[in-house]
Unconditional design. Structure first.
Ligand SMILES: *Cc1c(COP(=O)(O)O)cnc(C)c1O
Length: 395
């Protein structure tokens, strides 16, 4: 029997593969240090938990409008006004089952077969697959490490074709932690205007910025930019709510309507209880976000120093998010206990087997001489894991 050709081309996530092997080792009682987490290691704050419990007791357990409840749309509009000085009306907002579903919706809403979306490399693993699922074509732009792999005008021009429909921006970015400055965003926004492209701005890590105080969204650059940008956001990372599955998008009313129509048939509304919890997340006390950021910064600084002190490894200090991409190119081509290290997948497998340290191979992000370390794990584990990693590469 022949199944869907499209589905058979979708690659399974490499991230999940190593993580599940590591978790299995942990349950088998092996002392394994896991640097694979793609989610904060903190609990969802109490006030948010309580809002969910209250929502259940009030009977908010039925279908809601497909694109989400009014209370949460109002809270989202408030967030954009307060944090970003961006004015949206409720008809410009959709709430989905995670930011991931917003991204899936938008590609379905804007792409025709063969339409191209420009994606910077290294990229978040799901972008290419979601573009392909919508019959689009991801076109990669490889930046330079010195520039945090960010877009430049030259690189964008090189990727442009008559089929280009949109540019995907992720700032702060997963996996590099790169943050775009206002000037860098201006270049992208001018380019989008000149070629009439849609800007998709994944801002899920907005609150995780370490050294500069102000975040700039590309929607802030100009009126034109505001009109052609769809912002993707959510509560998963900011409030340690990954399992609750609430994401949202804001932008052009017509595109949002198309996304809502698609969602109304695929999943209908996102979880009703989680939507009420998200209202509290956005409107309630924000202390937990500050505490989490402070802790992440301590961990980031520790890892960056240790990695750059080791002459076999190097990394760029990430400006945001909670990942560090470690350059392992000096390890490629080496033979360790009879195993030739050809790429980051080989390296990740060897270090998991030999040292019981789980790292994510950069191959999943299109960067085969890197491994990704997440610092969403305790400082104690980080110290032990980094010690093992460095001892391993130095021998
Ligand atoms: C985690 C993540 C998302 C998805 O988050 P949801 O849990 O689906 O809201 C989207 N983009 C990037 C870059 C991420 O790392």
């Amino acid at each position: 029997m022949i199944f869907s050709k499209k589905a058979e081309q979708i690659l399974p996530s490499i991230t999940l593969d190593i993580n599940s092997r590591a978790k299995k080792m942990k349950t088998d009682g092996i002392d394994v240090i896991i640097f694979g987490a793609g989610e904060p290691d903190f609990n969802t704050p109490k006030n948010i938990q309580n809002a969910a419990i209250e929502a259940i007791k009030r009977g908010c357990t039925k279908y809601t409008p497909a694109s989400g409840i009014d209370e949460l749309k109002t809270a989202i509009c408030g967030k954009f006004r307060r944090d970003n000085n961006l004015i949206y009306t409720k008809s410009q907002i959709i709430i989905s089952t995670g930011a991931k579903q917003c991204i899936a919706n938008i590609f379905q809403a804007i792409l025709n077969p063969g339409d191209e979306v420009i994606v910077s490399k290294p990229y978040w693993v799901s972008y290419p697959e979601l573009i392909r699922l919508a019959d689009g074509v991801p076109v990669y732009v490889s930046g330079r490490e010195e520039n945090d792999f960010k877009y430049t005008k030259e690189a964008l021009s090189g990727a442009l074709t008559p089929k280009t429909k949109a540019i995907l921006i992720n700032s702060p970015n997963n996996p590099m932690g790169a943050v775009y400055s206002r000037d860098e965003l201006l270049v992208i926004s001018d380019f989008a205007k000149a070629h009439d492209l849609i800007l998709i701005s994944d801002e899920i890590y907005e609150k995780f910025i370490y050294d500069s105080s102000k975040y700039t969204s590309i929607a802030n650059i100009s009126n034109d930019s505001y009109n052609r940008t769809i912002i993707i956001h959510g509560v998963s990372k900011t409030y340690s709510m990954t399992g609750w599955r609430i994401g949202y998008a804001a932008g052009n009313e017509k595109i949002i309507k198309l996304m809502s129509n698609i969602q109304s048939h695929t999943t209908a509304n996102p979880n009703s209880i989680a939507q009420y919890a998200a209202v509290e997340a956005l409107n309630g006390d924000q202390t937990s976000v500050k505490l989490m950021l402070k802790e992440f910064k301590i961990r980031r600084d520790y890892i960056v120093k240790k990695i750059n002190d080791c002459n076999m490894l190097s990394c760029v200090k990430p400006a945001g998010a909670f990942y560090i991409m470690v350059n392992i190119s000096k390890m490629i081509g080496k033979v360790i206990d009879g195993t030739l290290i050809n790429n980051s997948i080989d390296f990740a497998n060897v270090i998991l087997d030999k040292e019981k340290v789980a790292v994510i191979p950069g191959d999943g992000f299109g960067a085969s001489s890197y491994i990704r370390l997440s610092y969403a794990t305790s400082i104690g584990s980080i110290k032990e894991g980094i010690k093992r990693l460095i001892t391993f590469v130095e021998n």
